[in-house]
Design a binder for this molecule. Structure first.
Ligand SMILES: [Zn+2]
Length: 678
């Protein structure tokens, strides 16, 4: 597991300025949930720092030049400018729907960007020379590929043939910066997060060295004109990287002086090389300070698969924000997985978190406290009297929560920060249950006002903590608490809530979503997997690969299943084995024989087939994945089963990184090492 290494305390932003950037997205296709993930992280950092009182600048935008866009525009029958205008607009719309509070949305077609890039080229002219580039280019990557990244003539990432190019170009003397970069990494282990990524970069430089970088193209004109030669345009990556300083008006702009160096460049793991090697080399050449930290996030997959147009699993962030609310999407994405690791997006999990955490914990607490104030204090915040031990505990936990959350955010541990904040919300809910204000009211207890004050105050501080993650919700709670402005993290001390503040109960913050009703259910939930023992194996007349198996499924009874195993197993190899079946599959007829379910077997790329087995477990027992409830449906359609991808690795069977098991043992697979269950 990759975790963000503890950063050097020196690099913690104690200063009063904060500059965060995101990857600028390439405008050759529409925004999806993978783009949104990183932008939301940047937004949380920006809002968090503003709330701490730091002068903050948050930059995002779009990368709009290059051959890939030119070709995509041609394919769409548009001019490149028309094409990027439309797509850039889509990104802006999506970010608005997710409530991103960026200070500037830069487009690499912006006039100031182009002008400053040209200035930058002249500034590093000493490191630029003319030559001829010979090599393989991947349009998908918009990059010349080293031999390492080409497998049988194709780009490793894009699986498309590379194009051999031989052309006149200008080079940047990157080779010159190999030693300075290695030296810099050594002195600044916090330069790339998570730490393992920097190690990969280092190893590659040590292995391959650094080649000079071709920074211009002469075969097309969709780019920033190269100021040293009119026949050339700047190579897209070379100029796009500069957006982080062009946006601030390098070299003399006030913003540049105030905000550079960046505290964080957030980017996806496929962009690590460009940001950890090329960008710092360019900055070194220009004599500009390097950014403090490059934070690499994992990829977002959807239901275990890579996001791609051809798989039809591109999820529009605007659609999600509309369906569940921006806050639920923001919360889910940052709570679901550690920021440096891959995240598997499923709507079912989003709904689970929305219901169990946002509605049941946070929404419930707010509704309870506001109702209590209405009933027992005429909606006004009462004065706290003597604090008892249990009250002191709630206050002490507040201090602890704030301190820890601050630390976790500075380490980009968003998921743990949210966990911490929600542990406090849980504690406040428990405080209500333990103190029973309604009983205190019956007894005319002095302690009632103290409890009501503490609860309302806990809502105020919780609002400050959640506001960067859940800005809309924070606004709503602020109104209900009768405060003028969303509470800030700066000087967030307990006890600042004014006695007499008039509160106003509002609507529920989160309405629970019925996943079943809207047709979003974790597909695995629908399966009823059971252990079955093979009692008899018979041939099926006229079928050269089928057996008819008689199975004992314990308390479920006996079943007959038809299985395509004849080419892979002798009957005696199967008899008495304990296997795994889908017990709730709609019965089907194969070659005229009824099959009441299906056995699970795996197949590898060499077409070896092996069945899933257990040893110790009795027939009829459940087969399951920890963390997924079983809600089997009757007569499950085969098409539903096919949606579920089970894989095998080292003899075990996995669903989304968790293994298939019974209450006694892991399920094993025969004959197949790495394969898929069919
Ligand atoms: Zn490629």
């Amino acid at each position: 597991m990759r975790t963000f290494a503890k950063s050097n305390p020196k690099t913690k932003s104690k200063s009063s300025k904060f500059y965060v950037t995101t990857a600028i997205d390439y405008t050759n296709s529409s925004p999806h949930v993978g783009h949104a993930y990183q932008k939301i992280a940047a937004d949380v950092l920006a809002r968090w720092n503003r709330s701490l009182g730091n002068k903050t600048y948050f930059l995002t935008g779009t990368d709009e030049h290059g051959l890939k866009i030119l070709r995509a525009a041609e394919a769409a029958g548009k001019s490149p400018k028309e094409f990027v205008d439309a797509l850039s607009g889509e990104f802006k719309d999506a970010w608005q729907a997710l409530n991103l509070s960026y200070d500037r949305f830069i487009r690499t077609t912006d006039a100031d960007h182009k002008k400053i890039v040209q200035k930058f080229v002249k500034h590093i002219q000493k490191d630029i020379y003319k030559g001829v580039y010979k090599g393989n280019y991947c349009v998908g990557c918009e990059a010349y590929l080293p031999d390492d990244d080409i497998v049988s003539g194709k780009c490793k990432i894009h699986q498309k043939p590379v194009e051999y190019i031989e052309e006149e170009t200008y080079f940047f003397k990157m080779s010159k910066y190999a030693a300075p970069l290695l030296d810099y990494y050594k002195k600044h282990p916090e330069f790339v997060k998570p730490y393992g990524r920097l190690e990969e970069v280092k190893q590659r430089i040590l292995r391959e060295g650094l080649r000079d970088l071709a920074i211009t193209r002469a075969k097309f004109s969709w780019g920033v004109p190269f100021p040293l030669d009119k026949k050339h345009v700047c190579y897209v990556w070379f100029e796009a990287l500069q957006n982080y300083i062009t946006a601030l008006g390098w070299p003399s702009g006030a913003k540049f002086k105030k905000f550079w160096p960046a505290d964080y460049h957030l980017l996806g793991k496929d962009n690590t090389w460009f940001h950890a090697v090329i960008w710092p080399a360019l900055l070194m050449s220009a004599g500009i300070k390097l950014p403090k930290t490059i934070a690499v996030n994992g990829w977002v997959t959807v239901n275990g698969q890579k996001i791609s147009k051809s798989l039809g699993n591109v999820i529009d962030p605007k659609y999600l924000a509309k369906k569940y609310g921006a806050d639920a999407v923001r919360y889910y994405l940052l709570r679901e997985a550690p920021y440096g690791e891959d995240l598997d997006f499923t709507e079912a999990n989003l709904i689970n978190r929305h219901n169990a955490e946002l509605a049941d914990e946070l929404g419930n607490l707010v509704a309870r406290v506001l109702t209590l104030l209405e009933k027992f204090s005429n909606r006004k915040v009462p004065k706290a009297k003597k604090q008892k031990a249990e009250d002191v505990e709630l206050i002490a936990q507040f201090d602890d929560t704030v301190r820890h959350t601050k630390e976790l955010i500075s380490e980009l541990e968003f998921h743990r920060a949210l966990e911490k904040i929600f542990a406090y919300i849980k504690l406040a809910n428990k405080y209500v249950a333990d103190e029973k204000p309604w009983e205190l009211a019956k007894q005319n207890s002095q302690h009632l006002n103290t409890v009501l004050y503490n609860l309302t105050e806990s809502l105020r501080v919780i609002t400050a903590l959640i506001a960067p993650f859940l800005p809309e919700t924070a606004e709503k709670i602020t109104k209900q608490l009768g405060l003028n402005a969303v509470p800030q993290l700066k000087k967030l001390d307990w006890g600042k809530l004014k006695v007499g503040t008039e509160t106003k109960r509002g609507e529920n913050l989160f309405e629970k979503v019925d996943a079943e009703k809207i047709g979003v259910v974790e597909p695995f939930e629908k399966l009823d997997l059971r252990v079955a023992q093979i009692m008899a194996v018979d041939e099926v007349p006229g079928a050269d690969n089928l057996y008819k198996l008689k199975l004992n499924v314990g308390k479920i009874g006996f079943k007959q299943i038809v299985a395509g195993l004849k080419r892979h197993y002798e009957p005696k190899e199967l008899k008495n084995k304990k296997i795994v079946i889908v017990a709730n599959l709609k019965p089907a007829k194969l070659k005229g024989v009824v099959s009441q379910g299906m056995l699970l077997a795996a197949e590898d790329s060499a077409k070896n087939v092996g069945i899933l087995t257990v040893n110790e477990t009795e027939p009829g027992a459940d087969v399951f994945i920890v963390g997924i409830d079983k809600k089997p449906v009757e007569n499950l359609d085969l098409s539903e089963f096919i949606k579920i991808t089970l894989t095998t690795k080292a003899g075990s069977v996995y669903y989304k990184d968790k293994f298939l098991q019974t209450y006694k043992e892991k399920v094993k697979v025969e004959k197949v090492k790495e394969g898929a269950v069919r």
